[in-house]
Design a protein around this ligand. Sequence first.
Ligand code: SF4
Length: 361
Amino acid sequence: MHWLIRPDSVHALEDEGVKKALGRYVEVSKNKKLAKFIITKTIPIDVDLSSSDEELWKAHETIIKDFKKLEKEHDNKDIKQLKFPTKSLLDLKIELAKRILNKCRFCERKCGVNRFEKKRGFCNLDIQSRLSSEFLHMGEEACLVPSHTLFFIGCSFYCVFCQNWTISRHVEKGLPVTGSDLAKMVKKRRLMEGSRNVNLVGGSPTPNTHIILEMLRELDVNIPVVWNSNMYMTMDTMKLLNGCVDVYLADFKYGNNNCAERLSKIKNYWEVTTRNHLVAKKQAELLIRHLVLPNHIECCTKPIIEWIAKNFDNKVRVNIMAQYRPEFEAFKIPDINRRVMAEEMERAFNIARDNGLTNLD
Ligand code: SF4
């Protein structure tokens, strides 16, 4: 059992709002249902993995169509009852991820570099994943802690206020890891220390999709997978994550493209991230974070809250966060060079209330 307990986490899994938005996660965390990646590993494939990209994607599409049905059939089984084929849907996903690395398009920057040839795109990563740290995080949302958090080096965003800039900007070099290394860490934290989930973050997990899928192939314990990201994945990456991720922990930052471009050097932010939030909700469960930025209530917080209320109607859990502090290059940018004021947080919560958003963390 874990020996560090945050008092509010003890009953967090019984919270009605948590159960409404993250009911399946709660059951997997308690070992009463199976994590999606385990079910994916039980699905056999008969496609030859040396087939063309087109054939592999076609096979993937055909199989994944029935995933929800299979999920229901397997839900209450014990992992020991399951039969695992020699080649599964997860192997197909791993092969497709490798193909993507030839011309990288894990995120919507779509750099197109061949990461096998040590070429690097915006995230500055070749195929080698590196870990800054991994530990039981006690500062996440109460329903997640203790959360076994893996911090990957590198990110597809350039947020001028990044709180983890030594990780995202490669100031830290990190420890080179394989999927197998990661699986051992996750198993140990789950069985020996009682982690509630594995929480994939960074930087960003997206450029490390290939290694994360390999980790899941090696992992033989039941544990919910939390994808903690900026939600800038391509549709191909979203397809690969379908059947592997239990909870999307989505960092919804901006309510318009101008702020995203100015503060994170990102194009088409709104179109991409809203699309991915909708896809994520169809695939899995969703916990949305919004870090309130000073002077960005009307341009960012308001449209985000309105969009969430309109599209999800309290079926997702939302965390409106006040802990912004200027970091990294934010000191040079007048509108975000201070903490958020109490009146701004009050306005943010009033917008949530006026829009009927009540499933708040
Ligand atoms: S993951 Fe990295 S290399 Fe790949 S498209 Fe995104 S930024 Fe470019």
